[in-house]
Design a protein around this ligand. Structure first.
Ligand code: PEP
Ligand code: MN
Length: 249
C-alpha cells in the first residue's frame, strides 16, 4: 500500500497540530509527521517543543488514529521519543550519527532514515545497515534532496535514487519533496514524479497558516490545498498498481 505521511515540520501548538492532523487524516494520509526536536541550522531558530510536542503528537494520534512519525535528534531523548513514535525519523543531518542509528536499531522500532544532503546512495545504504545489523529490519529510506550547484530549489531532488535504491535493496523507499523543493508550488509536481518513479510513499509538510510557521513555512502545503494534493497523488499511485493478471505473467 502507498504511504502518505503528512503533517507540520514542527509541532508548534495544540491547535496547529490537531487542525493539521484532522485535515490530513480526512484527506487520506496514512501517517502523521511532526517534529518535537528540530535540528535547525541556526541555534537561534525555534528548536521544537520537546516533550510537550511529543505529548501533543500522542493526543493527535488518539484523536485521528494516525500512526506518528517523529524525529529523534539526541540519544538522551530516546526513551521519551519511544513512548510516542510509531516510526522514528532519523533526519538528514544525522544520517551518519552512528550511535543514534545503533540505538534505533536496538530499540526495534520502525525507522525512517533520511538521506544526508551530501550522502551518496552507497553511504545511505551503509547507514541503514547500522540499524539493520542490530536486528531491526523495519527501515524505510527517504530521498529528500541533495546539495548541488543548482540554487533555484532548496536542494536537488535526486529522483534517480528511487529506482537505483529499489534495484539495490528490498527496503521501502519514500520521497520528501518538501525539503528538496523548499517551496510549496513544486511539491505536487515533484510528488507525482516520485510516484511515477516508483516511490513507495511520500512525506510532505502541511501547515494551517504557513506564513506564521516557526519552521519551513515556504515549503508547507496549506491545510486547504492538502485534499486536492492527496487526491492527485493517491489517484496516480492507485493507477500504477500492478494489474494482477499481468503481474502474474
Ligand atoms: C524534517 O523532516 O523536518 C527535516 C528536518 O528534514 P531533513 O532531515 O530531511 O532536513
Ligand atoms: Mn522541515
Amino acid at each position: 500500500m502507498f504511504t502518505l505521511i503528512a503533517g507540520p515540520c514542527s509541532v508548534e501548538s495544540r491547535a496547529q497540530l490537531l487542525t493539521t492532523a484532522g485535515t490530513v487524516a480526512a484527506a487520506g494520509a496514512t501517517m502523521l509527521r511532526g517534529g518535537a526536536y528540530k535540528p535547525r541550522t541556526s541555534p537561534h531558530s525555534f528548536q521544537g517543543l520537546g516533550r510537550t510536542g511529543l505529548a501533543l503528537l500522542a493526543e493527535a494520534r488518539a484523536e485521528t488514529g494516525l500512526p506518528v512519525v517523529t524525529e529523534l535528534t539526541d540519544l538522551r531523548e530516546i526513551d521519551a521519543v519511544l513512548e510516542v513514535a510509531d516510526v522514528i525519523q532519523i533526519g538528514a543531518r544525522n544520517m551518519q550519527n552512528y550511535p543514534l542509528l545503533t540505538e534505533v536499531g536496538r530499540s526495534g522500532r520502525p525507522a525512517l532514515l533520511k538521506r544526508g544532503p551530501a550522502a551518496t546512495v552507497d553511504e545511505l545504504l551503509l547507514a541503514a545497515e547500522y540499524i539493520l545489523c542490530e536486528g531491526n529490519d523495519a527501515v524505510t529510506l527517504c530521498e529528500r534532496g541533495i546539495r548541488t550547484f543548482e540554487r533555484s530549489t532548496r536542494y536537488t531532488l535526486d529522483l534517480s535514487a528511487v529506482p537505483v535504491l529499489k534495484e539495490r535493496t528490498h527496503l521501502p523507499v519514500i520521497v520528501d519533496p518538501s525539503h528538496a523543493a523548499g517551496r510549496r508550488e513544486l511539491v505536487k509536481p515533484l510528488s507525482l514524479a516520485a510516484v511515477a518513479a516508483g516511490a513507495d510513499g511520500l512525506i510532505v509538510e502541511v501547515h494551517p497558516d504557513p506564513a506564521e510557521a516557526l519552521s519551513d513555512g515556504p515549503q508547507a502545503l496549506t491545510t486547504t490545498e492538502f485534499a486536492g494534493f492527496a487526491r492527485a497523488v493517491l489517484g496516480l499511485a492507485a493507477s500504477l498498481q500492478p494489474v494482477p493478471h499481468l503481474a502474474a505473467a
